[in-house]
Design a protein around this ligand. Structure first.
Ligand SMILES: CC(C)(COP(=O)(O)OP(=O)(O)OC[C@H]1O[C@@H](n2cnc3c(N)ncnc32)[C@H](O)[C@@H]1OP(=O)(O)O)[C@@H](O)C(=O)NCCC(=O)NCCS
Length: 265
């Protein structure tokens, strides 16, 4: 799978997860203004440990650390979007390297109560269990974070009734916590069809994508690569299916976001 390939250092493909409405895509520097704006929210400040005050440089550093790169697989992190558009939130899995992970998520105030966190958490857990062989995903929240608790419950976390006293540290202060865990068996409604991209582009498809990024036509690519125009068409079709993308331009945009290609200088 794409995840394992990357861990072995042979692929740069970061999975984009989707259920048809929510698209979890890698963070990009273009998200910095939206993240900066979103993290001004007092609810986020109350329940998470984002820096206070939250400045654009914090968002820049966050995207640099958690966007596509060699460290991505230690803490897989996605921008929560609708249809692959602007940043509406963030979700991550903090891997413990021993078959477990802790989940963290936030949604910008203007995007709340539309099911985005629930859908995103469901996608992330399914991917964690199926693509990363996780045995357990843990959820923690400060006592009182009812919205987060609802999201965890709705996704199938076993949310325990007990309060774990002083179990979390929040801005230098030990606070009481709620705790939940999810096992693969709890995600029993996992659909047969995977909702993440498993298939890496072949070397030839990467080559064709590089040519698409230069704006070449199928005919020009065919001449350049010494293959027929029809073969180029087949490669383009396969690229669009795998990314997935609806057009050549979108394929280039996704390819750039995922580090599969780059735009000419
Ligand atoms: C928690 C958070 C991510 C939820 O995002 P969201 O996209 O609005 O979540 P959803 O729309 O998928 O679901 C929200 C659920 O919380 C419930 N909810 C919302 N506000 C609530 C409140 N004040 N009290 C109780 N339940 C609440 C909603 O009714 C819904 O549950 P339901 O589907 O059973 O009715 C968002 O509120 C947030 O970013 N909070 C600040 C950061 C945070 O707390 N992160 C989690 C840290 S553990």
């Amino acid at each position: 799978m794409a995840g394992r390939a990357m861990q072995a250092g042979v692929s740069t493909l970061i999975p984009t997860l989707t259920d048809g409405m929510v698209v979890l895509r890698p963070l990009t520097q273009d998200d910095v203004p939206d993240i900066t704006q979103g993290c001004q929210d007092e609810v986020i400040a109350r329940w998470t440990t984002v820096p206070q005050p939250y400045l654009a440089e914090h968002a820049q550093a966050f995207v640099t650390e958690h966007g596509p790169g060699p460290n991505w697989w230690q803490t897989p992190t996605w921008a929560i979007t609708v249809g692959g558009g602007r940043w509406c939130g963030t979700i991550d899995l903090r891997m413990d390297g021993q078959g477990g992970a802790e989940v963290g998520f936030m949604v910008a105030p203007g995007s709340r109560n539309r099911g985005l966190a629930t859908r995103s958490l469901r996608l992330t857990c399914r991917w964690g269990f199926a693509a990363q062989d996780l045995q357990v995903i843990r959820w923690w929240a400060r006592v009182g974070n009812d919205a987060s608790r609802s999201v965890a419950r709705n996704v199938g976390f076993h949310v325990h009734d007990e309060i774990l006293r002083r179990a979390l540290v929040h801005r230098g202060e030990r606070v009481d916590a709620w705790y939940g865990d999810m096992l693969p068996v709890d995600a029993a409604d996992t659909p047969r069809r995977p909702t993440w991209q498993q298939q890496d582009l072949t070397a030839r498809e990467r080559e064709v994508l590089n040519h698409l990024a230069t704006g070449r036509t199928n005919r020009e690519i065919a001449i350049e690569l010494g293959i027929t125009e029809n073969t180029v068409k087949n490669h383009v079709r396969s690229i669009l299916e795998k990314l997935p993308a609806r057009s050549r331009i979108e394929a280039v945009v996704i390819g750039v976001q995922q580090g599969l290609t780059h735009l000419p200088n």
